[in-house]
Design a protein around this ligand. Structure first.
Ligand code: ADP
Ligand code: MG
Length: 680
């Protein structure tokens, strides 16, 4: 029996369910077992009405006093009632659940559990769950896993499938020796997987989680180590003798390079001209102008008779780079070719031929760049943009396409120095810490829901002035909804708010690559006024005419990620604005968000983000804008990252390779994040 078998061999998964699971990127048993809960539902002690706190999920045990009223709102049927527990009265409302009028009985006590909100000065619950006290007491005894879902799949279905798949785990699966585990105080892999899905207690769950987070960091670091050793021979075979075209490119730019850009490029140039193999990370805040640095380095290898490749995590970004670099390179007689997943087989074949025959100098694309069929001729430089979106394996694959090429990775995620040293210990680092002159600083504001109407009218004004707007949609909290449904619902409701002439479109990760390209192109060409999106827009796109970003539920994002998002505006000459809309305005939330209000400096924000993290964040705010680990989060799990790093540094390169091979049995492909067409 193999964990790589299709999930259709798991008891209870038929053809139809299999398709639904596939939608969640679960294909094999090991995919299923690695589909970890994103959190656990906790059923805390019941609270008195006079003790509940705004913004928290609470349970009360209260008596239904009067009747239950149903009225029709603009789009919804609203059911409302009042309950009391002797310490106070609370009003409850439900949307589209008119049947409650007959099922809730006057004079009966119920447990009501839901998010506490404040309206007109008094606390209330919207959409609370209703239970008997007996039901509630039972639930209090276990931690209920919460899985990210899609339409047609419930948490219960996933739990059942996990239960069956877990039976196939065996002790020998663990790639770590018992002695090593004991030293590092790590749970066995088999137990950790079982406990993460069905924890016996909080403590055991935390131990299980620690083991799995450790694995992710540890294997990532070992993979980086193995990669580095393959480059141990630091001498490059690519001779760089001339830089005439590169100098001309710089001279013909419509702007002068910033000091930081000049310094960084001379570091890159030095590596390549001196005959070393470049292995460099370029870290620069959003908008600091990294693309031109990539262009210059690519120009340098091209004019010396070599090929260069630039890999971007999304088609949208790859196309944007392609357009920009074609414009720069055409006058210099340097040829650029694009390869992306959505191209037809015929187009791809033509591109492959151009590359193999060296008729093209520069190749730009997505993961499609590393497919088997692409054969390069003298690939001397490999650049990956927004590198945090790629796994080590993908970078490795691209490097394997050349013969020890120069490697440069670019990241717009300013991460705290202490973490960068661990994660990128194998790379030289250049920091682009200066923005081009003349940029107007983005004006920020942090507001609560009550400001929404004003925000919309402000947005309307900007649109009338010919500008464009991003709205980052609230994240899905109710797990019944998918991101896609959520974005679409929000978009529909916006259409009711704005004049029909305002063109509104939506964008989310699960759209096909073609659809995403079309939407981004339309937005880029000014054919869309408001783009409602999930965080997919966070990656590198450049639409200078967009001047407003409204971020809903800003409190649910990490600060560094919010900063990345905000970087989509403030790219043109006009004044730009970022509105952080907080779903709750508790003092802690406001303190955190105000850091963004007061600073536009990504490094400073990242440091603060790390400082403000507490133990409660393990399943809370994730920094999904950063290295895309599955369960670990470099901020929340900084201490485990340190442990993994210490452990990895004691392991020889040869042992590292052996360990990685053993780990493949369960973690196959785990370090090759981002399936094509899946990440935008
Ligand atoms: P990022 O570092 O976020 O990738 P980009 O490379 O997309 O930033 O650059 C953002 C914008 O700044 C682009 O429109 C680019 O043409 C412009 N730009 C880059 N360098 C300079 C400079 N030195 N002076 C003025 N504008 C610049
Ligand atoms: Mg960029």
């Amino acid at each position: 029996m193999s964990l790589n078998e299709s999930i259709s061999s798991v008891k209870g998964i038929g053809e139809k369910t299999e398709k639904l699971f596939n939608k969640l990127d679960i294909y094999t048993k090991s995919d299923l077992l690695k589909y970890f809960p994103k959190g656990y539902e906790r059923f805390d002690e019941i609270k008195h009405i006079d003790e509940v706190t705004e913004g928290q999920v609470c349970a009360i045990y209260a008596l239904l006093k009067g009747g239950v009223a149903v009225r029709s709102g603009r789009r919804l049927k609203i059911t409302a009632c009042e309950v009391t527990d002797g310490t106070g009265v609370m009003s409850l409302t439900w949307f589209n659940m008119p049947f409650l009028r007959s099922s809730l009985k006057q004079g009966v006590h119920y447990v009501f559990r839901g998010n506490i909100i404040k309206k007109n000065g008094s606390v209330k619950m919207e959409q609370p769950k209703i239970m008997s006290i007996e039901e509630y007491t039972l639930k209090q005894k276990v931690l209920q896993p919460i899985y990210p879902l899609t339409k047609g799949i419930t948490s219960l279905m996933i739990s059942k499938a996990e239960k069956n798949a877990i039976k196939e785990l065996y002790a020998g699966l663990d790639y770590l020796e018992p002695k090593f585990r004991k030293e590092k105080d790590l749970m066995a892999l088999k137990d950790a997987i079982e406990e993460i899905h069905f924890p016996k207690s909080d403590d055991v769950m935390l131990d299980a989680r620690k083991r799995l987070v450790f694995d992710e960091f540890f294997l990532f670091l070992l993979a980086a180590k193995a990669e580095k050793s393959d480059m141990a021979d630091k001498k490059s075979i690519y001779k760089i003798d001339t830089d005439i075209k590169t100098k001309k490119l710089i001279a013909d730019l419509p702007y002068k390079l910033t000091g930081a850009q000049e310094r960084t490029f001379s570091e890159m140039e030095f590596d390549m001209k001196e005959g070393f193999i470049m292995n460099r990370l370029i870290q620069g805040d959003v908008g600091s102008g990294k693309t031109i640095l990539a262009a210059l380095a690519l120009c340098l290898v091209a004019e010396n008779g070599y090929q260069g490749a630039l890999m971007a995590p999304t088609e949208v970004l790859a196309r944007q780079h392609y357009d920009e670099l074609t414009g720069l390179f055409d006058p210099l007689g340097i040829k650029v070719t694009l390869i992306v997943g959505s191209m037809s087989a015929k187009e791809k074949k033509a591109a492959y031929e151009l590359i193999a025959s060296h008729e093209t100098d520069i190749v730009i694309g997505t993961h499609a760049l590393i497919q088997e069929k692409v054969v390069y001729d003298k690939l001397a430089l490999v650049i990956t943009d927004e590198q945090h979106r790629f796994g080590v394996k993908q970078r490795e694959k691209l490097m394997a396409k050349g013969d020890k090429p120069h490697v440069c990775v670019m990241s717009a995620t300013p991460i705290p120095r202490t973490l960068a040293v661990i994660l990128y210990g194998d790379l030289d680092i250049s920091i682009v810490d200066e923005l081009p002159k003349g940029r107007k600083a983005i004006k920020n504001c942090v507001v609560g829901n009550s400001y929404r109407e004003k925000a919309y009218s402000f947005i309307n004004k900007e649109i009338m002035a010919g500008h464009q707007v991003y709205i980052i949609c609230p994240m899905v909290s109710e797990s019944e909804k998918t991101d896609a449904e959520n974005v679409e619902d929000y978009t529909e409701s916006l259409k009711e708010v704005f004049d029909p002439r305002v063109r509104i479109a939506s964008l989310y990760g699960k759209m096909s690559a073609d659809e995403k390209n079309r939407v981004m192109e339309d937005f880029s060409n000014g054919k869309i006024d408001i783009l409602v999106s999930t965080t997919v827009v966070e990656v590198g796109v450049n639409v200078p005419n967009a001047t407003v970003m409204l971020i809903e539920n800003a409190e649910r994002f990490g600060l560094a990620q919010l900063h990345q998002l905000r970087g989509r505006v403030g790219r043109g000459d006009a004044q730009s604005y970022c509105i952080f809309m907080a779903g709750n305005t508790s003092p802690e939330v406001m303190e955190r968000l105000n850091i963004l209000n007061n600073s536009n400096d990504g490094f400073k924000i990242a440091e603060e983000d790390l400082r403000l993290r507490g133990p409660g964040d393990l399943f809370g705010i994730r920094q999904s804008g950063d290295l895309s680990f599955n369960i670990g989060d470099i901020y929340n799990d900084a201490s485990v990252l340190k442990e993994a790093s210490d452990a990895a540094s004691c392991i020889s390169t040869n042992d590292a390779k052996t360990i990685l091979e053993k780990a493949e049995v369960f973690y196959s492909n785990a370090f090759c994040f981002g399936k094509e067409g899946n990440v935008l």
